[in-house]
Design a protein around this ligand. Structure first.
Ligand code: BEZ
Length: 211
């Protein structure tokens, strides 16, 4: 059955550009952004992997580790990393899984044969420290991902987990948040000292608690 939100991210042991990785052990207590790309030495993927490298400080701030995957070999990944570093003015600072036998791609449903035969599409998974899948997005091969959106979702998920708020449509860091429905308005008035605005009994807004 296909993976769904809330499922435990399947564990695996596989080779990578940084040696053998046992996924759950490697993830430890961090959040994880696990993303696949169709192939090494392709233009869109080259830009994406460069962007993820340059976002390391943003990931670190949020206790997030990045890990990429394609069905190319470790040797191929290593050769391509040199190109990424050179062309994207960065240093790739996370592992790329070498899923030559497609074991991990199959576990995560990253191969969509009617879209891209035998290659991984652009899947993204956000996985929390309990190893639960919290976001899944699939992009077509020809569209590079918006990693600012991935960071935005991580911020939103962490606000929910750590501060009991949800985030409205098009929310950006610093914007007002939504009091989650499980908290009563009375409780919310105590819990959110910056104040709440009750627009409807089911729609209560509060300034972002961690700002
Ligand atoms: C790319 O990364 O540029 C790419 C890969 C597969 C299909 C189309 C584009």
């Amino acid at each position: 059955m296909a993976l769904q939100l809330g499922d435990v991210a399947p564990d695996f042991t596989q080779q990578s550009s940084e040696g053998e990785i046992s996924f759950h052990k490697w993830a430890g207590d961090s959040w994880v952004v696990f993303f696949s790309h169709p192939a090494d030495f392709t233009p869109v993927c080259t830009t994406e992997l460069g962007i993820v490298s340059s976002l390391k400080s943003e990931f670190d701030k949020r206790n997030v580790k990045a890990i990429a995957l394609s069905v190319d070999s470790t040797q191929s990944h290593k050769g391509w990393i040199s190109d990424i570093n050179e062309t994207q003015k960065t240093t790739v600072n996370y592992p790329i899984v070498a899923d030559e036998d497609r074991k991990v791609s199959d576990l995560y449903g990253m191969i969509h044969p009617n879209s891209l035969n035998n290659l991984t599409v652009r899947s993204v998974f956000i996985i929390d420290p309990n190893k639960k899948i919290r976001l899944m997005i699939t992009y077509p091969a020809s569209t590079g991902r918006n990693f600012a959106e991935i960071l935005r979702v991580i911020d939103s998920l962490q606000l929910t987990d750590y501060h009991s708020v949800a985030t409205p449509g098009n929310w950006q860091d610093g914007g007002d948040c939504v009091v989650v429905p499980s908290i009563s308005t009375e409780e919310a008035r105590t819990k959110f000292p910056k104040g709440i605005t009750e627009i409807k009994p089911y729609l209560r807004m509060t300034p972002q608690p961690n700002k």
